[in-house]
Design a protein around this ligand. Structure first.
Ligand SMILES: Cc1cc2nc3c(=O)[nH]c(=O)nc-3n(C[C@H](O)[C@H](O)[C@H](O)COP(=O)(O)OP(=O)(O)OC[C@H]3O[C@@H](n4cnc5c(N)ncnc54)[C@H](O)[C@@H]3O)c2cc1C
Length: 536
């Protein structure tokens, strides 16, 4: 029995490990580019400036590509020293146009989670409203995932009633002075804020923080540059490494899967571009777990339809992503306070806005990440001040420890018209992403933004505007082969309605996209799909 898992990210690695644990032999096929390994563990971000041989190249890039030119409107670019994101100029970039939807992809072993933000939340019953399964169906799989992924968080805080499903198994990441100040203000104003649906608490992060854990977080402020201590969970370094311990496991990189061949309602083979010699090949298989990321899996599935001879359009049933809105603020009580040298760099606090019962909003819980600045490249912020650079720099550093941002993640639903459309089949499939946010959602966004900004004022923070990321910027992709009825969907167990031995093991199968961070749920879904497939 030849079982192939396509992909090597969070979803693929948890599907593979589950199959291996059940005694099956598994091949993981992926494109398999390699992310650079961060050097100098133990050295902080600022320490790197004097430790590295070529710090300018590391921080700014060989061509100074990290420097953001004035007028672009960008505030942050991913560090050039990171390699895991696929460039739009790459010859294998699979989108012919991204006018409507600006996707992020990774063709590296481990996928997007090589550089993810590590926010790890489980869906609740209300998040799964309308799914053909309930949260009880995932209990066993969340428990499995919690044994594989470290979750840092508090034993209990005001967010606990809304962030259940996985118990933190590590202490929360350490707060910095600005976080502690905000949390203390929240505790004083809690009653009024809670009455308005606003809750603040520690972030829930896939990070080793317990001092007895090898390589636990030492707050070196390098999360964005790649955790040098392996404290942040990454599938390549954690779950795939566990897969490697099984004799039945084979990792086959350099394979860009283009489509699946099928006969009589079953997948019989996998077509791929062998990147070692750039030739198209095909190999037989007995079962396929599609886990190339919701976009990648959708593309492979559409190309399979196009080659199937069936009378089905090569357009997906859906395309979803969370809409990201950033709400910057100045914490007035923090102005002029010294800034922190060492910190965990990602958000250390979360904010939840809970709609009152009876209001027809889905889901009731809207998730926000609260971040006070630590180590970053600040020149775009400094240059955006209406002052000469030297004065702007002084003012910026007086304000730095007072600056924060709440990032809200708005949910998404399957919406008619939002889809992937196959445009080219060979040599590799390429698609067009068509996406428009439903207009009625904008009213809901406006309401929530207003509520959170008012809460910030209550907390002694001055909010300033709202920055909307372009569609695709949420990097929580879902719904390209969603659960439901019809040949282009899958059932509640993730099995394709069209092909009996094809399993949709990643976010492609999700029939809606709650506000909470997706990735822990991808791991639970993949684990469940693999578990149930072995019981069939
Ligand atoms: C900067 C950043 C911050 C983020 N922060 C968070 C966060 O805080 N919390 C959260 O929940 N999520 C976050 N995410 C999103 C999270 O990283 C993704 O949801 C998750 O990693 C997706 O996992 P996946 O396995 O479904 O797909 P991917 O990670 O996309 O993996 C896809 C895999 O499939 C392979 N592949 C693709 N196409 C093919 C093909 N044709 N043939 C063979 N192999 C193929 C790729 O090589 C890769 O191994 C963040 C992402 C980024 C980039």
């Amino acid at each position: 029995m030849r079982i192939v898992v396509i992909g090597s990210g969070v979803a693929a690695s948890h599907a593979a490990l589950t199959l291996l644990e059940r005694g099956l032999a598994v091949e993981v096929w992926d494109i398999g580019r390699q992310e650079v390994v961060p050097e100098h563990p133990g050295v902080s971000l600022h320490g790197l400036k004097s430790t590295l041989e070529a710090p300018t190249e590391f921080f700014l890039g060989r061509e100074l590509e990290a420097l953001i030119p004035p007028g672009t409107g960008e505030l942050l670019r991913y560090p050039p020293a990171r390699r895991f994101l696929l460039s739009r100029q790459d010859p294998h970039w699979p989108f012919v146009s991204d006018d409507h939807f600006k996707p992020y992809l990774s063709y590296s072993t481990g996928g997007l989670a090589n550089g993810w933000g590590a926010n790890a939340l489980a869906y609740a019953a209300d998040d799964l409203r309308g799914w053909p399964l309930t949260v009880e169906d995932w209990v066993q799989d969340y428990a499995t995932v919690a044994r594989r992924i470290p979750i840092a968080g508090p034993p209990e805080d005001d967010l606990t009633p809304y962030l259940q499903g996985i118990e933190p198994n590590q202490p929360p990441v350490a707060l910095n002075a600005a976080d502690a100040w905000l949390l203390a203000r929240y505790r004083r104003k809690r009653r009024g804020l809670n009455a308005r649906g606003v809750y603040l608490g520690h972030s829930r992060m896939a990070v080793r923080t317990a001092s007895f854990e090898a390589g636990h977080c030492d707050a070196c402020d390098r999360c964005l540059w790649g955790c040098p201590r392996q404290a942040i969970y990454e599938p390549a370094r954690d779950t795939l490494r566990r897969c490697n311990a099984y004799t039945g496991f084979v990792h086959r990189p350099n394979r860009l899967v283009t489509s699946l061949s099928a006969r009589d309602g079953r997948i019989t083979g996998i077509r791929y571009l062998d990147l070692a010699d750039n030739r198209l090949r095909e190999e037989p298989c007995d079962a396929v777990f599609l886990a190339a990321g919701a976009l990648g899996s959708g593309i492979i599935f559409l190309n399979t339809l196009a080659q199937s001879g069936l009378d089905l359009t090569a357009e997906s049933e859906g395309l979803m992503d969370t809409q990201v809105v950033k709400l910057p603020y100045v914490a007035l009580g923090r102005i002029g306070k010294p800034s922190v040298e060492r910190s965990f760099q990602f958000n250390r606090l979360d904010l939840g806005y809970v709609r009152e019962r009876g209001v027809d909003a889905w889901p009731r819980y809207l998730h926000g990440e609260v971040l006070h600045l630590t180590g970053l490249l600040y020149h775009p912020l400094i240059e955006s001040l209406p002052l000469p650079t030297r004065w702007g720099k002084r003012l910026f550093f007086a304000l730095k420890s007072a600056l924060g941002v709440v990032t809200l993640f708005f949910p998404d639903r399957l919406t008619a018209g939002n889809r992937l459309v196959l445009e080219e089949s060979t040599p590799i499939p390429r698609v067009r992403a068509v996406y428009a946010a439903p207009t009625e959602q904008r009213r809901y966004w406006g309401h929530c933004i207003g509520r959170v900004q008012r809460a910030l004022l209550t907390l002694g923070c001055l909010p300033k505007g709202a920055a909307y990321s372009p569609p695709g910027g949420g990097i929580h992709y879902a719904g390209t082969i969603p659960m439901g009825e019809g040949p282009k969907r899958c059932n509640a167990q993730g099995r394709s309605n069209l092909y009996a031995n094809l399993y949709i093991a990643d976010g492609a199968a999700f029939p809606s996209l709650p506000s909470k961070s997706i990735t822990l749920n991808l791991a639970a879904h993949a684990t469940r799909v693999a578990r149930l497939a072995t019981m069939a």
